[in-house]
Write a protein that binds this ligand. Sequence first.
Ligand code: G3P
Ligand code: MG
Length: 245
Amino acid sequence: MNRVVNFAHRGASGYCPENTMEAFEHALQLGATGIETDVQLTKDGKLVLIHDENLKRTAGSDRMVQELTAKELRQLDAGSWFGEEFQGAHIPLLEELLDLASQNSVILNLELKNSMIPYDGMEELVIEAVRSRGLEEQVVISSFNHYSLVRCHQLAPEIRTGILYIEGLYRPWDYALSLGATALHAYSKAVQPEWVREAAVSGLVYHPWTVNQEEEMKSLLQAGVAGIITDYPDKLARLQGIHQV
Ligand code: G3P
Ligand code: MG
């Protein structure tokens, strides 16, 4: 049970503004062994970590991420919306999180946010960044854009990929195998214990999201998932008995 990866969703987003270094660092303090984050591309071709394509909700500007340069994005306040004490938190570059991962053994779940906006060339940039730091084994790339996952797998078969999906895919392990993926990033309500077992026979693992209730965490651990994506990594760590808060 202790080997289940405790993925902090957008960092410890239950306690800190999502997708900030503050959220990532706090996640590690709370016992996360993985970090899920959302990757987008700036106007000047830099990889940044933010969930929405529009900046309004978390950074107070009614512009799109792709319309601003990394330098312009860095000047925005990505913390105040969550709490005054986080004022001045910035939108991180992927590089900053990779640096953090280089200093820890944390697994990174890099979700490419390229369904609404295709962000041409993003796959190459992500792979180059991961390879340049030798983090291939510490990374799983996920996306709702499965064409993009196939591209990642073709470019870097050594880096794991996970298909993101919400609703009832039939035998998703068969489908995932056909894409070269190794993980099923299923909406948590779309996971049945017998499917976890059947997927395992094909060598596929489940990383359900977003699981914030302890009862659901327990059921999924019992079912044999390989990772859980949660806003509250401390709750999962406590259940796993590897970290007391
Ligand atoms: O990666 C799991 C989850 O983050 C997918 O949905 O919208 O939170 O990025 P979303
Ligand atoms: Mg995400």
